[in-house]
Design a protein around this ligand. Structure first.
Ligand SMILES: [Zn+2]
Ligand SMILES: [Zn+2]
Length: 368
């Protein structure tokens, strides 16, 4: 059935987001409709409103949400009404060589579902009946969303929705970079560059994986204080040192793992330079396509260093989301503390402003 839903929509690049009443159609084959309970506000949503992520408007924002299944389409067996689910913007076909080898974030068919559902169409319409694109096959910054089952992961019903929502982007990206991409060994020394929602999660991923030293690097003292709350053992304020990499090397002798959570060539260089022999630098931040980085080539073989990238924490959503929520339930990951502030959907524009101002670890839009 069709449902009316308030939704956060980007109508034009460079303009503030708008809250509109849209129509969300019911599910077709292999799709489900979710009543959204909470949706995190992510920098990627912002990037879609500026055109840095060039999804064509009109676009329903949101990819980091949790909610309850209210309708299932034909052929759906894995979900039923009342199930709690988290969205995932990773579209995976399950059949290509990347999916088959357990790397769904690299699915060869994922690009077919960047701003529409995997079949190339959408279930969302504006007031004039015009189709509305959906961010990352999700479009979950709305009271309802109809998604393909592959973009949904069933989760534990005892986890508060606003916490569960964050797993699908910020938490997975940061924690997954440590667990899945770096496979950090206990007793290691690590540095995390850039303390936003992702950086904080990289820090707590390092804690959970058993890192011995964790150096947080940022220019904002408030964020460095947050980093300590999430388990950083040391901090470096880049405004107070001449060279962050040198400062880290002095503290640690060179780290085993460096996580770059900014997405900027010069920061990647710093992360790489802070490594000790045999160290691995993981680039998590999403840089501008024209951005470049440079490093001393000889150090790759002579120090056996590694430079690698991590996309959504090398996630296997169906496996990793429940695993991460299990760690939260066991008291080994902080999720409550990540939600700095919640907003009703009417205050979506404010939530975006506060994110730009760096006020929140995470701001979350909550629905009635
Ligand atoms: Zn995100
Ligand atoms: Zn695939």
């Amino acid at each position: 059935m069709d449902r009316q839903a308030k939704a956060v929509v980007c109508r034009e690049w460079g303009q503030p987001v708008q809250v509109e009443t849209i129509t969300v159609e019911g599910p077709k084959r292999d799709e489900i409709t979710i009543k959204i309970a909470a949706c995190g506000v992510c920098h990627s949503d912002l990037s879609a409103t500026t055109g840095k992520i060039p999804y064509p408007p009109p676009l329903v924002l949101g990819h980091e949400a949790a909610g309850v299944v209210v309708e299932v389409g034909e052929g759906v067996t894995a979900f039923k009404e009342g199930d709690h689910v988290v969205s995932t913007f990773i579209s995976m076909c399950g059949k290509c060589s990347q999916c088959v080898r357990g790397r769904p974030v690299l699915c060869e068919n994922a690009r077919k579902a960047m701003f529409n559902l995997p079949d190339g169409t959408v279930r969302t319409k504006g007031a004039d009946g015009e189709p509305l694109n959906v961010f990352g096959a999700c479009g979950v910054m709305a009271e309802f969303a109809t998604m393909h089952v592959d973009n949904c992961v069933k989760v534990d019903e005892t986890v508060p929705m606003q916490n569960a929502a964050l797993v699908s982007c910020a938490v997975m990206t940061g924690v997954g970079a440590v667990f899945n991409t770096a496979k950090l060994e206990p007793g290691s020394r690590a540095a995390v560059f850039g303390i936003g929602g992702v950086g904080l999660n990289a820090i707590q991923g390092c804690v959970t994986a058993g890192a011995e030293m964790i150096v947080a690097v940022d220019s904002n003292p408030t964020k460095l204080a947050m980093a300590k709350e999430f388990g950083a053992t040391h901090t470096v304020n880049i405004n107070e040192v001449e060279d962050a990499a040198k400062a880290i090397k002095k503290m640690t002798g060179g780290v085993d793992y460096a996580f770059e959570c900014v997405g900027a060539g010069p920061v990647v260089e710093q992360a790489y330079k802070s490594l000790g022999r045999g160290g691995t630098a993981v680039v998590v931040g999403v840089a501008d396509p024209k951005d470049k980085t440079s490093l001393t080539t000889l150090t790759l073989p002579a120090d056996e260093r590694t430079l690698k990238g991590s996309w959504l924490g090398s996630a296997r959503p169906q496996h990793d989301f429940p695993r991460i929520l299990g760690l939260y339930k066991a008291g080994k990951l902080k999720l409550d503390e990540l939600v700095t502030r919640t907003y009703p959907i009417e205050e979506a524009a404010q939530a975006f402003e506060d994110m730009v101002a760096g006020k929140n670890a995470r701001g979350v839009i909550v629905f009635d």
